[in-house]
Design a protein around this ligand. Structure first.
Ligand code: ZN
Length: 108
C-alpha cells in the first residue's frame, strides 16, 4: 500500500488495492467505500486510516528503539518535534517509552 503524506503529516493519499486509485485520508476520515458506508457509522477506522496513521511499520519501531536519544531521555517537546505525534503516542501506548520529569525515557 503506497502512502504519500502532506508536508504537515496530517493528510495522506493512500493507494487502494485497485492500482491507480487513491483515497484522501486523515486521522478522522477516508474517502474509500468501506469508511463511508461502514466505519463512519460506528466510529471505526478503515485499513487506509490504520495504515497511514495508526500503525507503524516494524522497521520504524526498531529504528526508534535504536535511537539513543531515548536512553538518556529526551525533552518531551523536542521528542514531539523530532518524531511526530503519532509515533510518540504509539510508543507511549505500547510502553516502549515513558514520561518522567518532562522527558521521555526508553523502557524496552
Ligand atoms: Zn479507507
Amino acid at each position: 500500500m503506497k502512502i504519500e503524506y502532506s508536508t504537515d503529516n496530517k493528510f495522506a493519499h493512500v493507494e487502494s488495492s485497485t492500482i491507480g486509485r487513491w483515497y484522501d485520508v486523515t486521522m478522522y476520515s477516508c474517502t474509500c467505500p468501506d469508511y463511508l458506508h461502514r466505519q463512519k457509522k460506528v466510529n471505526g477506522k478503515c485499513k487506509h486510516m490504520i495504515a497511514a496513521f495508526f500503525q507503524l511499520k516494524s522497521e520504524n519501531i526498531s529504528q526508534i528503539k535504536k535511537e539513543s536519544v531515548f536512553e538518556k531521555g529526551i525533552d518531551v517537546d523536542e521528542a514531539y518535534k523530532l518524531f511526530g505525534d503519532e509515533k510518540i503516542e504509539y510508543l507511549l501506548n505500547r510502553q516502549i517509552i515513558i514520561e518522567h520529569k518532562h522527558k521521555f525515557i526508553r523502557l524496552k
